[in-house]
Design a protein around this ligand. Structure first.
Ligand code: NAD
Length: 424
C-alpha cells in the first residue's frame, strides 16, 4: 500500500515526537495500514496574519494558527497558546494529543489547538485585546460550538476567552457562549474550570500515591510552571496534605525544603507577574528543579523539558505530566528502563481541563448551570474511570502507562473513522 503523501510544513521536533508516539501505539495495537495515516495526520489547518495597532501608532503583524487534528468523534477541542516560540508543528502536535486525550476520557470531541507567535508580556492590555479579537475574527468561519471549540492554554486566560467569545457573538448576531470554554463565570464560564486541570492532576497523583502506599503527609512536590495549571495543582496537592518544596516560572524557581507558602507566592505573582525575587525560599534554576529529590515532580510549563540528559538524574517517585509533551521519547525510554518512576502521562494527567471544558460547553448549550461541587464530583468520577481503563490496559498488554493511554485514545478515533467510512 502507498504511504501518505503529506507536506512537511508541520515538521518540527515536537511534531515528530507526537508522530513517533503514534507509530509506536499503532504498532502495539496492530492498527490496520488503511486507517493509520488518516488517524495520524491533522485534518486541516489555518494560518493567519494578525495586524494590530500598537500604543505608539505603529502596526505589528503577528502570525497565528489553528490546527484541527480530528473531527470524527465531535467538534474539535483544544486551547490557544500565546507564546513567542509557537510554531505550526508545535500546534499540530498539541492538536494530535488533544485527539487522543478527548478520546481516552470518552468526550464527544475531536482534537485541535491554536497558537499565536507573540510574547504576551510585551503587549499592553489594549494590544492584547486587539490581538485576541483579531485572532477570533480570522477564525470565525473555522470555529463554532459544533465545529471547533477553543479554550485557554499557555499565555491565554479567562479574560482573553471572554474577548474571543464576544467577537464571535458579535459576528453571528447573538450570544454564543459555547464557542469557547474557560470563560469568566459571568459570561457562561463553569464553576471549577479555572482549577480543573490542576485539581485533576492532584486527584490522580493522590490516587497513584495511594496505590504506591505513599502517604500524602510524607509527600514532597516540585512543580515547574506556576501558571494556571501549576499553581492550581500546587494548591490542590497542598490541600491533600503534601508539602510543595519547589515552584518555578520562566524567570526561574524557588526551593524551600520546609514547604513554600503558596498563598504568599500567589499574591506575589498577582502583583509582580513573575516569581523573580520572591523571598519564600532559595533561588533554583528550572533545570535544577527537575532534578530535585522529591516524591512528585510535576512539569506544568512547556514540552520536551525532560530529556535523555536529565532523565537518568530524576529523583522523584511519580512524574505527573501537567504540561503536554514534557517528556521526550528518548527520556521515556530511559525512565522505562529505570523502572523506579511512575509516570502519569499527559493525556491522562492533565485531562481535567478538557473534561470541565466539556461540562462548560454542556452548560452553555443547555443554559443550565451546575454548582462547583457538582462539577468537581463529576470530574473525579470521569478521572477515576479513565485511570482504571488505562491501568487495566497496562496490565492486560504489559504496556507502559503512556502506551496504554495512547493506545486507548488512538483506537477509539480509528474505530470511529472506520465505522463512518471514507467519503466519497
Ligand atoms: P500558563 O500560561 O497559565 O502558565 C505557564 C507557566 O509556565 C507560567 O508560570 C510560565 O512562566 C511558565 N513557563 C513558561 N516558560 C517556561 C520555561 N521555559 N521554564 C519554566 N517555566 C516556564 O499556562 P497553563 O495553562 O498553566 O499551561 C501549562 C501547561 O499545561 C501547558 O503545557 C499546557 O498545554 C498544559 N495544559 C493546560 C491546560 C489548561 O487548562 N490551561 C489543560 C491541559 C494542559
Amino acid at each position: 500500500m502507498s504511504k501518505a503523501i503529506v507536506s512537511s510544513f508541520y515538521k518540527s521536533d515536537v511534531f515528530l515526537m507526537a508522530c513517533r508516539q503514534f507509530d509506536k501505539a499503532a504498532d502495539a495495537i496492530n492498527l490496520p495500514e488503511a486507517i493509520r495515516d488518516r488517524t495520524k495526520y491533522p485534518k486541516r489547518c489555518l494560518a493567519v496574519s494578525l495586524p494590530i495597532k500598537r500604543h505608539d501608532g505603529s502596526v505589528t503583524v503577528f502570525e497565528g494558527y489553528r490546527v484541527q487534528h480530528s473531527v470524527s468523534t465531535g467538534p474539535s477541542k483544544g486551547g490557544i497558546r500565546f507564546h513567542q516560540n509557537v510554531t505550526l508543528g508545535e500546534v499540530a502536535a498539541l492538536a494530535m494529543w488533544m485527539s487522543w486525550k478527548t478520546s481516552l476520557v470518552g468526550l464527544p470531541y475531536g482534537g485541535a489547538k491554536g497558537g499565536v507567535i507573540v510574547n504576551p508580556n510585551e503587549l499592553n492590555e489594549t494590544e492584547l485585546e486587539q490581538l485576541s479579537r483579531r485572532y477570533m475574527q480570522e477564525m470565525v468561519n473555522f470555529v463554532g460550538p459544533q465545529i471547533d471549540v477553543p479554550a485557554p492554554d499557555v499565555g491565554t486566560n479567562e479574560k482573553i476567552m471572554g474577548w474571543m467569545m464576544d467577537t464571535y457573538s458579535n459576528h453571528v448576531g447573538h450570544l454564543a457562549p459555547a464557542v469557547v470554554t474557560g470563560k469568566p463565570i459571568v459570561l457562561g464560564g463553569s464553576q471549577g474550570r479555572r482549577e480543573a486541570t490542576g485539581a485533576g492532576i492532584a486527584y490522580l497523583t493522590k490516587r497513584y500515591l495511594h496505590d504506591l502506599k505513599v502517604p500524602m503527609s510524607k509527600t514532597t512536590v516540585a512543580i515547574q510552571g506556576f501558571g494556571n495549571v501549576g499553581s492550581e495543582a500546587a494548591l490542590a496537592l497542598a490541600g491533600y496534605g503534601a508539602k510543595i518544596i519547589a515552584i518555578s516560572d520562566y524567570t526561574g524557581g524557588i526551593h524551600n525544603p520546609k514547604g513554600i507558602d503558596l498563598n504568599k507566592a500567589l499574591t506575589y505573582v498577582r502583583y509582580q507577574k513573575t516569581l523573580h525575587d520572591f523571598d519564600g525560599g532559595d533561588p533554583i534554576s528550572n533545570d535544577d528543579l527537575l532534578e530535585l529529590k522529591c516524591t512528585v515532580l510535576a512539569p506544568c510549563a512547556l514540552e520536551r523539558v525532560i530529556t535523555d540528559k536529565n532523565a537518568p538524574k530524576l529523583k522523584c517517585r511519580v512524574l505527573a505530566e501537567g504540561a503536554n509533551g514534557p517528556t521526550t521519547n528518548a527520556a521515556d525510554k530511559v525512565i522505562e528502563a529505570r523502572g523506579d518512576i511512575e509516570i502519569i502521562p499527559d493525556v491522562l494527567c492533565n485531562s481535567g481541563g478538557v473534561i470541565v471544558s466539556y461540562f462548560e460547553w454542556l452548560q452553555n448549550l443547555s443554559s443550565f448551570y451546575w454548582s462547583r461541587d457538582e462539577v468537581l464530583q463529576k470530574l473525579f468520577t470521569m478521572l477515576d474511570k479513565a485511570k482504571d481503563s488505562v491501568d487495566a490496559q497496562k496490565r492486560k498488554f504489559h504496556f507502559s502507562r503512556r502506551l496504554a493511554a495512547l493506545t486507548l485514545g488512538i483506537q477509539r478515533v480509528a474505530d470511529a473513522k472506520q465505522s463512518r467510512g471514507l467519503f466519497p
